[in-house]
Ligand binder design. Structure first.
Ligand SMILES: *Cc1c(COP(=O)(O)O)cnc(C)c1O
Length: 383
């Protein structure tokens, strides 16, 4: 066994099932001899070492790497202005991950309700099959009972409903509920988009009852689905939207975006983060925003997604393909997705799974030639 693998297994807690691959150098959609259809789980939206991104990040590291939120910096201000312009939100909070972005959304929703309605209106409804993070609160919010183990007690004030069940929705949205948190397309849960009619009902009931809608766009946001936010596919802008994974192009960051109604809830001292809004992360994020928010770029993401679907749906082994843009889940007829991941690795292709499906999250700017090479490998395996 290599020393890297040995050291990792000895000195890093064994909380992951890792693939047997050491990665040391990447460019575009290729890394250490592999074609990358996973983007580090949807993070490297511009692939490896995009020239403009590297320049912005390195330039910022040489100038000012961190100051804390006790002071002001231009990279954070510029990024926030751009993201609000692109999404139509009023303001944002900077965290360092998807889970932290969702923690902020949960706190914001509870305080919004507490400020306005007082105690006992603090429940947050999430969907079965959802994934919202690994902190105690976001793990509790995650609607997967098999993950609610070991770490007792879990947080109070969460309840769950079945996605696309409009009847269940109306029943659960009582006077003790302050927010509903959804993924428009469940990522870890199996790349499953919500039905339009369910989303319509959800927004209707929530607006009638002043229940906040929180869209967890940690995976779907920043162009992944072929629109800047997945909410645009459905025609909605949630009260609060969180984003993280692809938003900063490979640096750790997350945001919680608030509309006008929710923009003044978190006041001085009510929430914080030492690293949040780090100028290096923000500088990288600004490059991602400049490239990904462009409609030509987004149309190309959607077109590449359609192209992958067309090619793979011709295969007998492929039962169906779910998802939007470059966020795709493939249901296989006879093969097991972990076996396909292993075969792909042996043939030089990195792919992911989501529940029993094979999941593809290639870099958004993947070149057609590289895409073709990766698809050829996948076709050979699935043939
Ligand atoms: C990945 C993910 C998270 C958690 O993000 P971390 O950065 O790992 O904390 C939350 N929600 C969704 C939808 C995700 O895909």
């Amino acid at each position: 066994m290599s020393t890297i693998i040995e050291k990792t297994n000895k000195f890093i807690m064994q909380s992951y099932g890792r693939n047997q691959a050491e990665l040391d150098k990447g460019q575009g959609a290729s890394v250490s001899g592999y074609i990358d259809f996973g983007s580090g789980i949807g993070v490297n939206s511009l692939g490896f070492c995009d020239k403009d991104w590297v320049e912005a990040v390195c330039g910022q590291v040489r100038t000012l790497q961190h100051v804390s939120n006790l002071y002001y910096t231009k990279p954070a201000a510029d990024f926030a202005e751009k993201l609000c312009a692109v999404t139509g939100y009023s303001n944002l909070f900077f965290g360092n991950s998807g889970a932290e972005a969702n923690e902020c959304a949960i706190k914001l929703a509870r305080k919004y309700s507490h400020d306005k309605y007082g105690k006992n209106r603090n429940k947050i409804i999430t969907l079965n099959g959802s994934f919202h993070g690994r902190t105690v609160a976001t793990l509790t919010a995650t609607g997967q009972p098999e993950m609610h183990n070991h770490f007792f007690p879990f947080a109070e004030g969460f309840d769950y409903i079945e996605p696309d069940n409009t009847v269940g929705l109306a029943e659960k949205l009582g006077d003790d509920v302050c927010a509903v948190m959804i993924e428009y397309v469940q990522g870890e849960g199996g790349v499953i988009p919500l039905e339009q009619s369910f989303v319509d009902s959800l927004y209707l009931i929530c607006s009638e009852k002043d229940i906040l809608v929180i869209a967890d766009e940690v995976q779907t946001g920043a162009g992944r689905t072929g629109k800047f936010t997945a909410g645009e596919h459905y025609g909605y802008k949630a009260d609060v939207t969180t984003m993280a994974k692809g938003l900063f192009g490979g640096l750790p960051g997350g945001v919680c975006l608030a509309n006008e109604k929710c923009s003044k809830v978190l006041t001085a001292g009510t929430h914080g983060s030492t690293f949040g809004g780090n100028p290096v992360v923000a500088a990288g994020g600004s490059v991602v925003l400049d490239k990904v928010s462009d409609s030509v770029f987004l149309n190309e993401v959607a077109a590449k997604g359609d192209y992958i679907r067309d090619r793979l749906s011709k295969l007998d082994e492929v039962v169906s393909i779910s998802g939007k843009g470059l966020m795709l889940g493939i249901t296989l007829k006879t093969k097991k997705s972990p076996d396909v991941v292993k075969s792909a690795l042996e043939k030089g292709l990195l792919v992911l799974t989501a529940k029993e499906k094979l999941r593809l999250l290639p870099p958004l700017n993947i070149e057609r030639e590289t895409l073709d090479k990766g698809l050829k490998i996948l076709e050979e395996i699935l043939q």
